[in-house]
Design a protein around this ligand. Structure first.
Ligand SMILES: C[S@@+](CC[C@H](N)C(=O)[O-])C[C@H]1O[C@@H](n2cnc3c(N)ncnc32)[C@H](O)[C@@H]1O
Length: 255
């Protein structure tokens, strides 16, 4: 890289963006809902400007044409939903995005990891989700994680029983229970980012668990849906956290 290239890269990346900065360079919109900060825009531009996180939990495009269209009918809640093809799954993210994701957090969980295995370092700690769907869908999905520990199977966790019927508003939407299970596998994570937020499932799981979340989504349609789902998650979240805060005893004087 010559000196001119270096200058160009710095300019393209824009000014640093921390929690005290209102607007990220090139973010089309920014919404703050409770402890969740959501950016509409391209994560390749926005993520480099954000501070680091404890965990990046994400589900990038696999590059297999699953972004919608008449052939991509999905069973919604009591209905078959045909999602408009917005074209976001034509290609997978470039390899450098995975390097960025690794540099931006202490721990990473990346769904569809088998599609990106050539962009990620070797790891022991993969997660498996048996989708139990049949038909022409894959039998299951794999997540690459940065953890050097045994493989984990979602279906063996108590969260698997919680799946239930949920409104399908995105063609590749993950169950909230799956993302909540991922969060329980990262018990020390207090700040979580999903740079490919989609309909905001990771944000919903974070809101329910009282964690700080940052999400990035390029499509306005899914950004709006994510805002609504996260607002709803705050309205309906278990009140356990509030109750615990109230009943935690204060340190008593020993004298
Ligand atoms: C596999 S989907 C995520 C679905 C999500 N897990 C859910 O439950 O709704 C990937 C999402 O990344 C978004 N996306 C693709 N490229 C992006 C980019 N460069 N920056 C931000 N979002 C992007 C797509 O619009 C899509 O909604």
């Amino acid at each position: 890289m010559n000196k001119n290239d270096e200058t160009k890269t710095t300019t393209d990346t824009g000014p640093p963006c921390g929690s005290d900065v209102m607007t990220c360079y090139n973010a089309v919109r920014k919404e703050v809902i409770g402890d969740c900060t959501l950016y509409q825009g391209d994560c390749a531009v926005i993520l480099p400007q954000l501070p680091g996180f404890d965990l990046i939990l994400t589900d990038p495009p696999y590059g297999i044409g699953e972004s919608g269209g008449d052939k991509k009918r999905r069973r919604g809640y009591n209905a078959v939903v045909v999602h408009e093809d917005l074209g976001w799954d034509k290609t997978r993210p470039p390899a450098w995005i995975f390097g960025l994701i690794i540099s931006k957090a202490d721990m990473q969980i990346i769904w569809g990891g088998n599609y990106f295995a050539d962009c990620l370092p070797p790891s022991m700690g993969w997660y498996y989700w048996d989708k139990k769907m049949g038909g022409d869908f894959s039998d299951g999905e794999l997540a690459w994680t940065s953890e050097q520990r045994a493989v984990r199977d979602f279906s063996k966790s108590p969260f698997a029983g919680l799946k239930g019927g949920h409104l399908r508003v995105h063609p590749t939407q993950k169950p909230v229970a799956l993302m909540e299970w991922c969060l329980t596998n990262a018990p020390d994570a207090k700040t979580v980012c999903d740079p490919f937020m989609g309909s905001g499932t990771t944000g919903v799981a974070c809101a329910r668990k009282g964690l700080t979340f940052t999400g990035i989504e390029r499509e306005p349609k899914y950004f709006d849906i994510a805002c609504k789902r996260i607002e709803e998650a705050y309205r309906t979240r278990p009140r356990l956290f509030d109750a615990v805060e109230k009943i935690v005893p204060k340190q008593m004087s020993l004298i």
